[in-house]
Design a protein around this ligand. Structure first.
Ligand code: KIV
Ligand code: ZN
Length: 395
């Protein structure tokens, strides 16, 4: 495909918050080991920053963030903290062993949050920002500050808060669309306006963080880049509070596939996207919708005769990305009663499933029984066998 913008790309930082905002999806709690496995995959696929958790939230979260910080090879590890001294101290302690650690601290800035939730005045919140960002900066070099509910905040006040955060040492400024309210035009304009009006804005990297309440999280994230942001906060499979966050696989593949019109690039190895999606889906016990962009079961499936006819003649007739570019192979092992252990093990790896030897043996025997009764054994059948096995193991 033609690429008129090649060679003049701005590197966009990918900040993954699957283990923090993603885990805030109702029912998506992950175990310590599952979190380590997800973090290892994110690190290997080139995620720049992994938000590993909210250390003050529980001892489990603290331990997970600390261990991920110790193990990370390439990524910066971030811990979330409210604008409260104890939170910031705990986040600083959790990321202490990281090669690169970040404290991500946030406070609400919208009038509706200040009046009804925080019960603080605008001046009081500015004081809090000055103190808490400075405290974080005493602990680590890399401090991100977020204006919660930025998109419903008065723009003059938002600029005042951003200026204070940068003055106190914030190196990244995140302007979240916390409730998924903004339109792409508004979101891009907010970044343009804040960056133009805040005198020290060039001292920080600006970041987008979009929720999907109106289905606009990815569009808004890309609009934020056009407004000058250079960090995207996102989650695998778009999991997150309520309708979720911008999906990492979607923003990354949009930037890659439409590099003809977008002057950006990321450091993500996109061939790991499918594996990461399956791993997170299993770990968080959160199914991926069949027609989900990039990683859904139907994303590269063709049903109608016209489409199949086109695909047989040339794959670009109905596919704008190759399956290989997201880690799917066209040739998949057909699982049946003649399949052996090696093929079954390889199928599990492809599905992002990892089992102990005993679990593997048991699931393999169940699979053989099923294959005797059923002509075609689909991936979902195997996933169901594994889920059944893991559910009985937990009982
Ligand atoms: O959506 C949001 O505002 C958040 C902040 C904690 C960054 O998740
Ligand atoms: Zn969020």
């Amino acid at each position: 495909m033609t690429n008129s913008m090649q060679g003049s790309k701005d590197r966009v930082v990918i900040f993954d918050t699957t283990l923090r905002d993603g885990e805030q999806s109702p029912g998506a709690t992950m175990t310590f080991d599952e979190k380590l496995a997800v973090a290892e995959t994110l690190d290997a696929m080139g995620v720049d920053i992994i938000e590993a958790g909210f250390p003050i939230a529980s001892n489990g979260d603290f331990e997970a963030v600390s261990e991920i910080a110790r193990r990370a090879k390439r990524a910066t590890i971030a811990g979330l903290a409210r604008a409260i001294p104890a939170d910031i101290a705990r986040a600083g302690e959790a990321v202490r062993h990281a090669q690169r650690g970040r404290i991500h601290t946030f406070v609400s800035t919208s009038e509706i949050h200040l009046t009804h939730q925080m019960r603080k005045t605008q001046d009081e919140v500015v004081e809090i920002i000055l103190k808490t960002v400075a405290q974080a900066r005493d602990l680590v070099e890399d401090v991100e500050w977020s204006a919660m509910d930025a998109t419903r905040t008065d723009i003059d006040y938002l600029c005042r808060c951003v200026e204070a955060a940068i003055r106190s040492g914030a190196t990244t400024i995140n302007l979240p669309d916390t409730v998924g309210y903004a339109t792409p035009q508004e979101y891009g304009a907010m970044f343009r306006s804040v960056r133009e009006r805040v005198p020290n804005s060039d001292k920080a990297v600006f970041s987008v963080h979009c929720h999907n309440d109106l289905g606009l999280a990815v569009a808004n994230s890309l609009a934020g880049l056009d407004g000058g942001a250079r960090q995207i906060e996102c989650t695998i499979n778009g999991i997150g509070e309520r309708a979720g966050n911008a999906a990492l696989e979607e923003v990354v593949m949009a930037i890659r596939t439409r590099s003809d019109v977008m002057p950006y690039e990321t450091g993500i190895d996109t061939t790991m996207l499918t594996r990461a999606s399956k791993l997170v889906s299993h770990a968080a016990n959160f199914p991926v919708q069949y027609n989900k962009a990039i990683v859904g079961r139907n994303a590269f499936a063709h049903e109608s005769g016209i489409h199949q006819d086109g695909m047989l003649k040339h794959s670009e007739t109905y596919e704008i990305m190759t399956p290989a570019s997201v880690g799917l192979t066209k040739t998949s092992l057909v699982m049946g009663k003649h399949s052996g252990r090696a093929a079954f093990r390889s199928k599990l790896t492809e599905l992002g499933i990892s089992l102990s030897d005993n679990q593997f043996q048991d699931v393999f025997e169940r699979f053989k029984d099923l294959a005797d009764r059923k002509k075609n054994v689909y991936d979902e059948d195997i996933e169901a066998l594994v889920d059944e096995k893991l559910a009985t193991a937990h009982d």
